[in-house]
Design a protein around this ligand. Structure first.
Ligand SMILES: [Zn+2]
Length: 289
């Protein structure tokens, strides 16, 4: 029998599904780990993380996509569990729990898509009116960059404050697929979106959402005490904000943050490990450091 769910999109960690052909809302099925039990645990952590963001960071929280947690139980005698399990099995996820935590979300493209303009690996423009982009990291001084990727800090020179690292552009050096990404930090101009004047004007507005998110990243960077585990929530939020996707709908004047995903940084060792990879990248792709 046909599945009641259809795949709309797929990332590294989630499968995006529609149900019964209705695309007004979509369903996020987690495939991050190869165990349903661990994926269910992660989905719960992520929902809790979003709630905490809404409680303490109203600015970010107000843009978060509406979501609702659904528990699809095996014992309900419906097809839903089996259909979802089939998607998971195809993705090598072991069915080792009696329910599936599924997240229902609003569809940022609910009106349908007639035209897609692909700008780069991270950016698309739908119907000439809706920009999807991943602005990644703020641009910062080498001194700050080194501080922000380490608990302890490095021995460094005061002149490092004047050397500028763009983490977006660094990202494009590290992966051939991302070679031509549009940098929203203004390094190379905005020519790739010249054909979309309203979107370009929005990006050039000083208070645009990308700039505001960078301001939030900077504030978090300054609040974090790198040898103090009491700031782990802030560290998780900072790193999650470096990896979000934005939908900017010019017609509806609506901005949505999606994929603000909890990064499972639960102690100093987790954070050190994650940031040591950053340090290696920085050394590899930035000469004269
Ligand atoms: Zn750049």
């Amino acid at each position: 029998m046909n599945s009641i769910f259809s795949q709309v999109n797929e990332g590294n960690s989630n499968i995006l599904l529609s149900k019964d052909g209705n695309e007004q809302s979509l369903f996020r099925l987690c495939k991050r780990k190869q165990s349903l039990r661990l994926n269910n645990k992660y989905v719960g952590q992520n929902i809790k993380f979003h709630q905490e963001v809404k409680n303490h960071y109203e600015f970010i929280g107000s843009y978060l996509q509406n979501e609702q947690l659904l528990l699809i139980c095996k014992s309900n005698m419906t097809k839903e569990f089996d259909d979802l399990a089939e998607f998971l099995i195809k993705n090598k996820v072991k069915i080792d729990d009696d329910h599936i935590s599924l997240v229902q979300i609003e569809n940022c493209l609910a009106q349908g898509v007639s035209k897609i303009g692909v700008i780069d690996y991270y950016s698309k423009i739908y119907n000439n009116r809706i920009l999807e982009c991943k602005p990644k990291w703020n641009k910062m001084s080498l001194l700050n960059y080194m501080t922000y990727i380490s608990f302890e800090g490095f021995g460094h020179e005061a002149s490092d404050m004047n050397k500028v690292i763009c983490r977006n552009c660094l990202n494009s050096k590290t992966n051939i697929k991302k070679k031509f990404i549009l940098c929203y930090n203004g390094c190379m101009g905005l020519q790739p979106i010249d054909g979309y004047p309203e979107l370009k004007n929005y990006i050039l507005t000083p208070s645009n959402i990308i700039t505001k998110i960078y301001e939030q990243q900077t504030q978090l960077q300054d609040q974090i005490v790198y040898n103090d585990e009491s700031t782990l929530f802030l560290i998780n939020l900072l790193i999650a904000l470096r990896d979000i996707t934005l939908f900017i709908d010019i017609d509806k004047k609506k901005i949505t943050i999606i994929d603000l995903d909890y990064k499972n940084i639960e102690n100093k060792d987790d954070f050190d490990f994650k940031m040591s990879k950053e340090w290696i990248l920085l050394q590899k792709f930035t000469p004269n450091i």
